[in-house]
Design a protein around this ligand. Structure first.
Ligand code: ARG
Length: 457
């Protein structure tokens, strides 16, 4: 078996060891990044006169052809292809002959793989940030289209105060907005080029690494070769980012699973975003939401897998680091499909305004009654206590707060007078909360305007 590092070995590797060692099964998706990195590296070698310009051209033309083979699906893998780096170089050798052997001058797979993963991740960050934006846009649009709908807001999953459905939905837009900010921040730390660090100590060819980084579109270069080949912080950070997005999606999903349940019936998923039961013909299940909730364990697992891989690892490169890829790829793949699915769920769901309104219970107005007393000069702690007595009186009579007479209110506290009736209105309760960030229609409209400006900007 022809390997790229066979010279020192007296026999072929054990078959099982080979299977255990190889990463080609999962790192082949790095082909474009690997070839892009190598084309730029060939130019860097030409600049330090390790390659003549003819040799550099032969190599870069050959690499372009290898790329074309990958893209057209005609690249033929060989059993000796240990990973994507050796596969590309092996094929290059077949295409352009011995000159291919000059490409790896001053380079190690250690700095090569770290560079490839960063290039790959930078592209995926672009994709994911667009998908995140699209999900936010779907939410903002739905929030705008449903501005009139009121529902109970919950704490402890107990009905608390009336809110706008849009206010609830917009709350997730802001979570995702923080995620968008974190993503653009961490991108700077992904955009650092390790190439030129070689195996661990740097290369001997006087390369201009800044020029190489500029060719590859990196924002900066790594400052220490030992750190550069073993740094996977950027993956850990990205996986944490993705996990937090996932946790936000899972909280959103859980709310929606509850709201879509038969008992709540606040919203209904479109048929295109629901699935049925194989036995119960009436069932329409919110599977995409349950999966979004369910994928969370997997994404947390991917993050933890990497962190444990890094823990206590000796400097600099260790083969353990090959284990960085599958968690990373799995997390990217998951979000790449999940974000647009959830955007589709949001864009197509319908809400049942009557059902939402019908679940608004008088108790949700208790805080407003307390606030009313505050306006009459009663200290809030006292008014809280008085309204507690009102709630008790209603419970004792088996009626709602709106069914007590003004007389009964007045008996509990002389501070209650005729106009207390105006307090006892859900719409008014919502509209009174017109503080910035509150649930009043005007405040939610302001949120939506602000979010739109960010999303368009
Ligand atoms: N497949 C390896 C990885 O993903 C490439 C680097 C191998 N380096 C080495 N010294 N064996 O980490």
């Amino acid at each position: 078996m022809a390997k790229l590092w066979g010279g020192r070995f007296g026999k072929d590797p054990d078959k099982l060891l080979w299977a255990f060692n190889a990463s080609i099964g999962f790192d082949q998706r790095l082909f474009a990044a690997d070839i892009t990195g190598s084309i730029a590296y060939a130019k860097a070698l030409e600049r330090v006169e390790i390659l003549t310009s003819e040799e550099a051209t032969m190599i870069t033309d050959g690499l372009a052809q290898v790329l074309q083979e990958f893209e057209s699906g005609t690249f033929a893998f060989q059993p000796a292809d240990e990973d994507i780096h050796t596969a590309v170089e092996r094929r290059l050798q077949e295409l352009v002959g011995p000159v291919a052997g000059k490409l790896h001058t001053g380079r190690s797979r250690n700095d090569q793989v770290a560079t490839d993963v960063r290039l790959y991740l930078l592209l995926k960050i672009e994709v994911l940030s667009v998908l995140l934006r699209e999900l936010q846009r779907a939410m903002v649009e739905k929030a705008e289209a449903t501005l009139d709908a009121m529902m109970p807001g919950y704490t402890h999953l107990q009905p608390a105060q009336p809110i706008l459905f849009s206010h609830w939905l917009m709350s997730f837009v802001w979570m995702l907005e923080r995620d968008a900010g974190r993503l653009s921040d961490l991108k700077r730390r992904v955009s650092v080029m390790p190439l030129g660090s070689a195996a661990l100590a740097g290369n001997t060819f006087g390369m201009d690494r800044a020029a190489l980084a500029a060719d590859l579109g990196f924002e900066s270069i790594s400052r220490n070769s030992l750190d550069a080949v073993a740094d996977r912080d950027f993956i850990a950070e990205f996986l944490f980012w993705a996990t937090l997005v996932q946790i936000h999606l899972s909280r959103l999903s859980e709310d929606m699973v509850i709201y879509a349940s038969g008992e709540f019936g606040f919203l209904e998923l479109d048929d295109a975003y629901s699935t049925g039961s194989s036995i119960m013909p009436q069932k329409k299940n919110p599977d995409p939401l349950e999966l979004a909730r369910g994928k969370t364990g997997r994404l947390i697992g991917n993050l933890v897998t990497l962190l444990i891989t890094l823990k206590g690892l000796p400097s600099a490169y260790d083969k353990d680091l090959q284990e960085d890829k599958e968690p990373l790829f799995d997390t990217i793949d998951t979000l790449e499909i999940e974000l647009p699915v959830i955007a589709g769920v949001i864009a197509t769901l319908t809400i049942d305004r009557e059902r939402m309104a019908a679940t608004l219970q008088d108790e949700l107005l208790a805080t407003d009654l307390a606030d009313y007393l505050v306006h009459q000069g009663v200290p809030f702690r006292e008014s809280h206590h008085i309204v507690g007595q009102v709630v008790r009186a209603a419970l004792a009579r088996g009626c709602g707060l709106t069914q007590l007479s003004v007389q009964e209110y007045h008996e509990i506290s002389p501070h209650f007078s005729e106009d207390v009736v105006e307090m006892l209105d859900f719409r008014a309760a919502v509209e009174r909360r017109d503080v910035a960030g509150g649930t009043a229609t005007s405040s939610v409209k302001a949120q939506i305007r602000k979010a739109r400006a960010i999303l368009e900007g």
